[in-house]
Design a protein around this ligand. Structure first.
Ligand SMILES: C[S@@+](CC[C@H](N)C(=O)[O-])C[C@H]1O[C@@H](n2cnc3c(N)ncnc32)[C@H](O)[C@@H]1O
Length: 189
């Protein structure tokens, strides 16, 4: 059976990762949560690659660490700190930086990504891209904080130099309940 391409932002984000990552690539999961994206990225970069994964919640590190063990994945550095400090830990250029924004559905909705720190992280991430590399942002804007975050990201990213970066925004305009939007920044070659 044929698989639809444009089902949701996360599905598209994964397709972009598949296109950008190879064995030996370097990726960042800026919001590890339960580790689903971390494992996905780690499998794409293989044993000779590396994933840096960030979260501010201890529970996220515990859940992710378990998921990595279950999947036999070892090429991941788990970092308990905010992605706004990405430059303290990632000292090399990377191929993909993935932000799956918002909060973890089954945990406290108060612990969510915030416009101010997300912007700091994205600005720093721009400096970590090599030619052809991408920042992928999946933005849940159904809640107040997410709306503010989306607007802040649109303001920042609509004004970065088009000679240096390609920036796209994808939204599912016929779906109800504010489905997540996707913004992707690609450093031009
Ligand atoms: C939507 S969840 C991520 C889902 C995750 N990628 C997965 O596969 O389960 C967003 C995560 O961002 C985390 N977070 C919030 N603020 C953060 C920050 N400043 N730096 C890093 N992570 C943050 C939250 O703790 C939460 O776990």
């Amino acid at each position: 059976m044929k698989e639809n391409f444009f089902t949701n932002s996360m599905n598209l984000a994964k397709k972009i990762c598949i296109g950008k990552l190879n064995e030996g690539s370097i990726a960042v999961d800026a919001t590890m949560g339960n580790g689903n994206d971390t494992v996905f990225l780690a499998n794409l970069v293989g044993e000779s690659g590396k994933v840096y994964a960030f979260d501010i919640q201890e529970k996220a590190l515990l859940n992710t660490s378990e998921k990595l063990k279950e999947n036999g994945v070892e090429n991941v550095e788990l970092i308990k700190d905010g992605h706004e400090n990405i430059d303290k830990y990632v000292k090399e250029k990377v191929d993909v930086i993935m932000f799956n924004l918002g909060y973890l559905p089954k945990l406290s909705h108060n612990i969510t990504t915030k416009a101010e720190t997300t912007l700091q992280a994205v600005k720093k991430s721009l400096n970590l891209l090599k030619e052809d590399s991408v920042i992928i942002l999946v933005i849940y804007h159904g809640h107040e904080n997410g709306k503010e975050e989306k607007l802040a990201l649109e303001n920042l990213l609509s004004s970065i130099n088009q000679k240096e970066y390609n920036v796209i925004k994808l939204e599912f305009i016929n779906q109800i309940n504010n489905p997540p939007a996707l913004i992707c920044v690609e450093k031009r070659g």
